[in-house]
Design a protein around this ligand. Structure first.
Ligand SMILES: C[C@H](O)[C@@H](O)[C@@H](O)C(=O)CO
Ligand SMILES: [Mn+2]
Length: 594
């Protein structure tokens, strides 16, 4: 379908059928069932999961059943050769735990112990999970709720759910590994999130850090180190399809028509150059720029922008918005992950959301909690419906994907979809509902174009954010909720008090009445930084599964306890106060790549 932008292949899922190694009767009687289960899991996962380019996820099954150490080693060797990044062990029977288990410390692991009783698959499951815990190699247990008959290779619904949750998060872990975070510029406006903690990237994510100074954009523009044909195409596309909105600057702060035209051209060139910096472009090699053609293998990047760049050159808003979207002048394609203000912690959070859902992400400032009283004081009206307890204004110039307009649909409702499910009409609707507006020249003295839109209401979304705490390391916070619409009048009076050329999302978290989710105010009050990421869907539990694989504790969430899925070892740190147990488990096992 789409391209693979990165060096190497997408990680595969390795399936390991394990059996009791006793030949002359026992092994032979269960092998077919074990292989049948392994094939069923492989088929189920490749039918239901896609890589970020839209292709089906690939599974590899071990060449033989694994009854002992020699076969476990042969399987590990095959998995290494095949580029397996995630492993799932399946069995209907008793097997020998420490002789058959997957010992690779970096590969996320799950074990499905068949719930039958003719043979003791669940006994193995318990034994092998104990072995994983004993050895500090956390694994996810999968034990179906209802007993199945010997020989049955159907995958029950509850097992399917766990397989998918595990595999999605596991593939995200394996995809991040070996990729780069590319920092374009340095720290923006004193924002701590834009201090790139290389130890965090290396030890928690298995990623490399790369750095280019923003002056590289100037060099590439001046020496025309970009595909000029592509630039012409992009320029035409932008002029033809985007609505150009009003300039809200005071007349003396407005840029001239000539400057604005130049700003638009620069903005488009910046988008092409940033993408080339991230993933390379073979067209550059044809022009003799072979080094530049290679790119930085960057799955995530950040652009400092403010202030040195934006004080003199057009802002990065168009570049950030279009790269983070699921489409551009070349048509629909996976989003590139680009954080504004070089907030790498939000950039990583965006990558989590993208890899778990294959959708575009909305990067935003967590700007304002509007209480019902404050809304009444300012507008004379009280908010109603989902917004009645107040709401949070998410708004930042730049990096909100245009998919965040909410103009795509699932079952007739506003949604954000993987690029391969987006129709041409939906793509155009995202564009038509966005205005390119001359940036606020008080902030952006070098001009540029911000992307103004308002997110459709009633979308189930999850906001999240990784924070870095000295002495503790990274922690993740999550709030599931909904986007809301306020009606034109209320929207205008609240939005116009802010930076109205920026994209706005009105958000209401789901409340539990307790702790940080006591009310909307307390969610705002407990947010750990100036930024968050909006991901389509209620996917908090997917984030939590991923965080546990990376040993990142979750310090705040409103995910129901039944849908939380973590390695079995986590229960050994306490089954009642799961938040504290998570902290202790993460601390105990330490970063995945340390
Ligand atoms: C214009 C301002 O500097 C904004 O960019 C500011 O509100 C932020 O986004 C801070 O994260
Ligand atoms: Mn910001």
């Amino acid at each position: 379908m789409g391209e693979n932008r990165f060096i190497g292949e997408f990680p595969k899922i390795g399936i390991r059928p394990t059996v009791d190694g006793r030949r002359r009767g026992v092994r032979e009687s269960i092998e077919d069932h074990a292989i049948g289960l392994a094939n069923a899991v492989a088929q189920f996962l490749s039918e239901n999961l896609k890589y970020s380019n839209g292709e089906s996820v690939q599974c590899v099954v071990a060449d033989t059943c694994i009854g002992g150490v020699a076969e476990a080693a042969a399987c590990a060797e095959k998995f290494r050769r095949e580029g397996v990044g995630v492993s799932i062990t399946v069995t209907p029977s008793w097997c020998y735990g420490i002789e058959t288990m997957d010992m690779d410390p970096h590969i996320p692991k799950a074990v499905w112990g068949f719930n039958g009783t003719e043979r003791p698959g669940a006994v193995y499951l318990a034994a092998v999970l104990a072995a994983h815990n004993h050895k500090g190699l956390p694994a996810f247990g999968i034990y179906g709720r209802d007993v199945q008959d010997l020989g049955d290779t159907t995958i029950p619904g509850d097992v399917q759910e766990k397989l998918l949750k595990f595999a999605k998060a596991g593939l995200a872990v394996a995809t991040l590994r070996g990729k780069s975070y590319l920092s374009m510029g340095s720290v923006s406006m004193g924002i701590a999130g834009s201090i790139v903690k290389d130890d965090f990237f290396q030890e928690y994510l298995g990623m490399r850090n790369e750095y280019v100074e923003s002056v590289e954009f100037l060099r590439r523009m001046e020496l025309e180190i970009f595909d000029k044909e592509e630039y012409e195409k992009a320029y035409k596309w932008v002029k033809e399809h985007f609505v150009f909105g009003e300039d809200i600057n005071e007349p003396k702060g407005q840029r001239t028509a000539e400057q604005k035209e130049k700003d638009l051209q620069t903005s488009i060139k910046m988008a092409i150059i940033a993408r080339d910096l991230m993933i390379g472009n073979e067209k550059l090699a044809e022009q003799g720029w072979v080094e530049e053609a290679c790119g930085h293998n960057a799955l995530i990047a950040g652009f400092q922008g403010q202030r040195q760049w934006t004080d003199h050159y057009p802002n990065g808003d168009f570049m950030e918005a279009i790269l983070n979207s699921s489409f551009d002048w070349n048509g629909k394609r996976a989003p590139y992950i680009l954080a504004t203000e070089n907030d790498c912690m939000n950039g990583v959070t965006m990558a989590f959301g993208h890899l778990l859902t294959n959708t575009a992400q909305v990067f935003a400032d967590v700007r304002t909690y509007w209480s019902p009283d404050a809304v009444k004081r300012v507008t004379g009206k009280v908010p109603t419906g989902k917004a009645q307890g107040g709401f949070i204004h998410l708004i930042n110039s730049g990096p909100a994907a245009l998919d965040g307009t909410g103009q795509q649909k699932i079952d007739g409702n506003p949604a954000i979809k993987p690029f391969w499910d987006i129709t041409d009409d939906e793509m155009m609707a995202c564009i038509k509902n966005t205005q390119l507006r001359p940036g606020n020249t008080g902030y952006f003295r070098g001009g540029g174009y911000s992307t103004d839109f308002t997110t459709k209401g009633d979308m189930p979304v999850t906001i999240s954010r990784l924070n870095y705490i000295k002495g503790l390391g990274p922690v993740l916070q999550i709030a599931e909720g909904y986007t809301v619409e306020l009606g034109d009048e209320m929207h205008d009076s609240l939005d116009l008090r802010t930076d109205p050329t920026w994209p706005t999302t009105w958000f209401v978290p789901n409340l539990t009445g307790e702790g940080a989710f006591k009310d909307v105010y307390s969610v705002m009050n407990n947010w750990g930084s100036n930024h968050c990421v909006v991901t389509y869907g209620h996917v908090g539990s997917e984030f939590m599964t991923l965080a546990s694989m990376l040993r990142i504790p979750v310090n705040m969430h409103n995910v129901s306890s039944e849908s939380i899925y973590r390695p079995s070892a986590w229960n050994m740190f306490g089954t009642q106060e799961s938040e504290q147990a998570d902290f202790r488990a993460c601390q105990n096992f330490g970063p995945l790549y340390k």
